[in-house]
Design a protein around this ligand. Structure first.
Ligand code: UGA
Length: 436
């Protein structure tokens, strides 16, 4: 069976990962991005952001001559399937901003007037239920060769390549069976063994993505609420509680890691969009609002611990280990680090930071208001408190001795629960969800 030619519009972490893996799987791939500076970088083999395995896969795809990069939307005419992976950010009031999606689909509709064969448009961007039905398909309604399906993705940053190669489920939202068959056929071509596929209508597919992210966010806010109780009860530990309840198969062990609150560009954005969207159905919105509020308040727990350590008032120095919103990414969007540093600057503390990947992104926000360090030891030097904020593997290896040797006063706050508290009994060690 001849493989269809594929185009991907919008080269963020989802679009670029998808494009290079299509090339890897032997599909002729056209990767389209309107930001020409970004495009230039990518076409020279540099993704422009850190995502494990991506740079390598990008360079392989370029070498194999299976991918080409352009900012010209007309190139989709040479392809059979177009994946739309443009951003759907939050607008100021939390509502989803569909401007990019509307503009790109309007432009695509103009280009696709010339298409004589069938063309499949796949909406991968996260969009509020009803968007494909009521907005996107109306834009293509006058073009009889165009088929629009919804196909939400569940990739995690830091795991994008692996998640794409081994998805837990492929959700296909279709107008009718024939439309969905087109996308399923493509996936049969992509995977040696087709993963589980769920076929549904387009609006349900869109809602599945929001329900998925909202549930993950709920699990995190739930365990953070338990963590906050633990902090008030001497001797209790949220990690033990999470382990025990995670053993109950009705609950499951994942996404029960207490911490400083969830960050990243997806969970908060999708939660806010869902809240705005469900406001009209009054009764279902309370839970989502609570999840969001708990998350907004969670970074303040770190300030509370710092207050107990008497760090405010006389120009003390704080070392922050970890700036990225989670490990294996350089992304600091909605990261707790940004919120925390803003608070600490207002409190007049000296701030030193370390992160294996996210320093440059952090510099673009905080400039010379704080100091940046390439080694953990440098960052800890003469600090009065160390806050562990991202669960990078290298931080898990830090020993009590490293803190003692380098810091002025070894006050430690493990906001990610990556260190074993029992090993730190002789230091002033505090952690989220640990009653002392
Ligand atoms: C999330 C979803 O997990 C993906 O399935 C989805 O495709 C993606 O959003 C998206 O909509 O594009 P991502 O934002 O990459 O993926 O990050 P997560 O792994 O979900 O982590 C989000 C935040 O929650 C991080 O700050 C992480 O540290 C935190 N977290 C996660 C916890 O605090 N505790 C946990 O137990 C798990």
């Amino acid at each position: 069976m001849k493989k269809p030619a594929v185009s991907v519009v919008g080269l963020g972490f989802v679009g670029l990962s998808l494009a290079v893996l299509n090339a890897k799987k032997g599909f002729d791939t056209c990767a389209i991005e309107k930001n020409v500076n970004k495009l230039k970088k990518i076409s020279s083999g540099v993704p422009g952001f850190y995502e494990p395995l991506l740079k390598n896969e990008l360079q392989n795809a370029i070498k194999a001559n299976k991918i080409h990069f352009t900012s010209d939307l007309r190139e989709i005419l040479k392809t059979d399937i177009t994946f739309l992976t443009v951003g759907t950010p939050s607008s100021k009031d939390g509502k989803i901003d569909l401007a990019q999606l509307k503009s790109v689909t309007t432009d695509l509709a103009k280009v696709l007037k010339e298409k004589k064969r069938k063309h499949l448009i796949v909406i991968k961007s996260t969009v509020i239920p009803g968007t494909t039905e009521n907005i996107v398909s109306k834009i293509f309604a006058h073009l009889k060769n165009i088929v629009v399906v919804t196909n939400p993705e569940f990739l995690r940053e830091g795991n994008a390549i692996k998640d794409l190669l081994e998805p837990h489920l492929i959700v296909i939202g279709e107008y009718n069976k024939k439309d969905g068959d087109l996308l399923e056929r493509y996936y049969k071509n992509f995977y040696k063994k087709l993963p589980a596929v769920l076929r549904t209508n387009r609006t349900t597919a869109e809602l599945i993505k929001y329900a998925n992210n909202a549930f993950l966010a709920t699990k995190i806010s739930f365990i953070n609420s338990v963590a906050n109780i633990c902090q008030k009860i001497p001797g209790s530990d949220v990690d033990t509680v999470a382990y025990a309840i995670g053993k109950d198969s009705r609950i499951g062990p994942l996404f029960l890691k207490a911490g400083p609150g969830f960050g990243g560009s997806c969970l908060s954005k999708d939660l806010s969009a869902l809240i705005k969207f469900t406001k009209k159905f009054k009764d279902s919105v309370f839970l989502f609002e609570a999840v969001k509020k708990i998350n907004q308040a969670q970074p303040l727990k770190i300030l509370k611990l710092m207050e107990q350590m008497k760090l405010f008032g006389n120009r003390k120095t704080v070392a922050i280990l970890g700036l990225a919103f989670k490990k294996d990414t350089d992304d600091i969007r909605e990261a707790v680090s940004v919120k925390l540093v803003e608070h600490l600057i207002r409190k007049n503390l000296m701030i030193k930071v370390h992160d294996p990947m996210a320093i440059n992104n952090f510099k673009s926000i905080f400039g010379d208001r704080i100091s940046y360090h390439n080694s953990i030891a440098d960052c800890l030097k003469n600090a009065d408190c160390c806050v562990l904020l991202t669960e990078w593997d290298q931080y898990k290896k830090i020993k009590p001795h490293d803190f003692k040797l380098n810091m002025r006063t070894p006050n430690i706050i493990d906001a990610r629960r990556i260190l074993n508290p029992k090993k730190f009994l002789h230091l002033n060690f505090k952690a989220i969800g640990l009653g002392r």
